[in-house]
Design a protein around this ligand. Sequence first.
Ligand SMILES: [Zn+2]
Length: 144
Amino acid sequence: MKNQKIYLAKKLIKSIDKDIRVIVERKKYSRGLACLPTEKTVFLGFRATDLENKAFVDLVNELQPNFFQDYPISLWLMGVLHEVGHIKTHQDALENDYNNSVQMLEQLVELGVITEKQQNEFYVRLDLEQMATQWAIDYIKGIA
Ligand SMILES: [Zn+2]
């Protein structure tokens, strides 16, 4: 089942942009989805915490109310499109700020200033994250 999902995800990604590299790591079942926008590379995996999933779903529904009711797409595939969105919307100028914010969020959790739940809620709303999610929503709306 997971191999079928990966096969379909690869097809989808290549149909959007054949130049995107898709990497399925050997540890594919212990890693999550990821992306290196400047290298046009998407990594496919299945690991995601409930908190990560919830923050992502909440943001999608905030940007597009009832999205998952209106469009029959799985959360995982929406995550794949989000990674493609990173490639499509990447801006070098925003990268430093993004990296600093990610680091700061991790430190705030370690210090006990914010919870992991809050970390995820902030994280999905960082510029580059929200832009990638918006792209994924727009892509699905465009082909729906
Ligand atoms: Zn992301």
